[in-house]
Design a protein around this ligand. Structure first.
Ligand code: FAD
Length: 279
């Protein structure tokens, strides 16, 4: 069982509990992106197991009729084994998404994986059409060029600030530079994309900026935030008519995910400790 300290950020250990979380979140007008926790498998077996679990989850989402989709991590479905193996697993998940009409996102990991992830995504997105999406990170200097390439690829793009520590030769390392890059990238997307923009941020300044860009350019967008972070804002934005997606991880490998949330923002530890005290 997931202890109260982590249950703010993780939907549960099993797909059934994650789907129940999805039902409750949908009732608040917020859609859910489900992510099975797991990453960096060197062995093909667990990577194949997780890819199979995603295919089953996609079928379950379709049969329950919930407003949900999935987001996979490249190193969870085989990128550390080999690029070819990763592409095979990713393709099988994309096929299941296409068959059941369930959207398939791909997270972006550290910068050593960007080329392989982008190339695999582009090939599959061109093959399967609009049912796929990719995360890109504003902290990487290359992202402006990547967005120019992605503008003509069908699918959605989630822009995030970037969660991985990268060197200053390839990344903006100062927070204000990352924020500036995020704004520039977002503006490019609203100008050049036909829609399919995912604003993956809890930052009220970035969300306000996105709504201003929408008023200026008319391009459709959605807001994406993590489970357990500014949840009332998620519900309020949905009530105001915005399309809001909550990224909800589930599975038994919750410890490192929880640790990352706490390291990223010390207030998260406060929430977690209060959850322990209140049982
Ligand atoms: P920050 O720059 O951390 O904070 C800016 C402001 O937002 C704060 O000043 C505060 O006002 C508000 N805020 C932020 N956190 C909180 C909080 N806990 N409580 C209250 N207010 C808060 N990164 C990747 O590298 N790859 C991915 O695939 C990826 N996928 C993601 C998917 C989603 C849906 C989201 C939301 C994030 C994802 N990330 C991913 C993480 C992302 O890169 C950032 O590390 C993370 O979102 C923190 O940046 P931020 O824009 O939310 O705000």
């Amino acid at each position: 069982m997931i202890p109260p300290i982590a249950s703010r950020f993780v939907a549960g250990e099993t797909p059934a509990v994650a789907l129940e979380h999805t039902r409750l979140t949908n009732a608040e007008g917020v859609k859910v992106i489900l992510n099975l926790l797991g990453e960096h498998y060197d062995d093909p077996a667990p990577a194949r197991d997780d890819a199979d679990a995603y295919r089953q989850l996609i079928a379950d989402i379709a049969s329950t009729g919930l407003d949900a989709c999935v987001s996979v991590k490249p190193s969870q479905i085989g990128l550390d084994v080999s690029e070819e193996f990763f592409r095979e697993q990713y393709r099988a998940i994309a096929e299941a998404g296409d068959e059941h009409d369930v959207f398939v996102w791909c997270d972006m990991e550290d910068a050593t994986t960007t080329d392989a992830t982008l190339d695999a995504y582009e090939d599959l997105a061109r093959e399967f059409g609009g049912g796929m999406g990719l995360c890109v990170q504003a902290n990487l200097r290359r992202t402006k060029t990547d967005l120019e390439r992605l503008a003509s690829v069908p699918g959605k793009i989630r822009l995030v600030k970037g969660a991985y520590e990268e060197g200053s030769d390839i990344a903006y390392t100062d927070k204000s530079d990352v924020n500036e890059a995020y704004r520039e990238d977002l503006e490019f997307m609203f100008q050049e994309f036909d829609g399919g923009i995912g604003v993956g941020s809890h930052d009220p300044a970035m969300i306000d900026f996105a709504t201003d860009l929408h008023d200026q350019y008319g391009t459709d967008f959605e807001i994406q935030m993590l489970m357990g972070v500014r949840e009332q804002a998620q519900f309020d934005l949905a009530a105001d008519g915005y399309e809001v997606w909550q990224y909800a991880p589930y599975g038994d490998k919750w410890l490192s995910y929880f640790y990352r949330r706490v390291r990223e923002r010390k207030e998260n530890l406060g929430f977690a400790l209060r959850a322990i005290v209140s049982g």
